[in-house]
Design a protein around this ligand. Sequence first.
Ligand SMILES: [Ca+2]
Ligand SMILES: [Ca+2]
Length: 281
Amino acid sequence: MKKLFIVLGILAIGFSLIGCKKEEPIIPVEDTTAPLLFGVTDFVVDLGDTSFNLMQGITAIDDIDGTITTSIVVTGDFDINVIGTYTITYTITDAAGNVTQLSRQIVVREKPSTDLYVVNGDFSEPLDGSWTHWAGEGGESTVTIVDGVLQYDIAAVGSQWWSNQFNQPNLKITQGKNYKIIFDAKADTPRGMVVKIENAAYVPYLEENVMLTSEWVTYEYEFFVTMDSITNGKLIFAGGTMTGRLEDANAITTIYLDNIRFDEVEVSEDYRRYRCYHFCW
Ligand SMILES: [Ca+2]
Ligand SMILES: [Ca+2]
């Protein structure tokens, strides 16, 4: 009898061991890693910009579930038609319940002015009342509008860079603002031109030497105003002598100008880097 118990006991242990082996569960890989949210960075958007939506540039990826962008839950008040700073929160949950939540601030701001500070920059109107012309110090030139394009005939370069001037007076320039002057230009024969914006004391807010080619080129120059605000700034396209400024740039030729714009713009990263050699703001 004792032996029987022992045998049964051994059998029971044996079966239980076999049973254990058979019942051993297949443990699934447990997902303990939360998904990742991309693109949740602070953003500035113009008032009323209906092309913007809160999911623009936002994605979510999970280690197990893959791309789950469509499962992102966006919370927070937002109104593209009301200026203000909004905090928007993005929440993503994977199938295993791991949650990632990030917030960002979205600033709805007044749209930067794109007013044409320059009047008649496309030469759709006569020059009188918007543009002025001057030649002296040996310079000789004339300006006329032909088919909506300014023709600036240089007959003599004169002794100064400013011996020939095509100007627009009374520009409003405000300290602390960032501007860009944009224009299309060419010359029958490649030639230099000085683009300058100055105050009544001839102090430059912007001064650039431009080498015009025989092909139309759109030129853009950005500048941040640290000097005083003025309402009598003068924009000058000068066709005098370029000696000391540009080599082989004094051709007697015709300069063509069109689509002159002077706009307030956001500081570009390139310009910020450039200016940071001198100072940062
Ligand atoms: Ca996961
Ligand atoms: Ca035009």
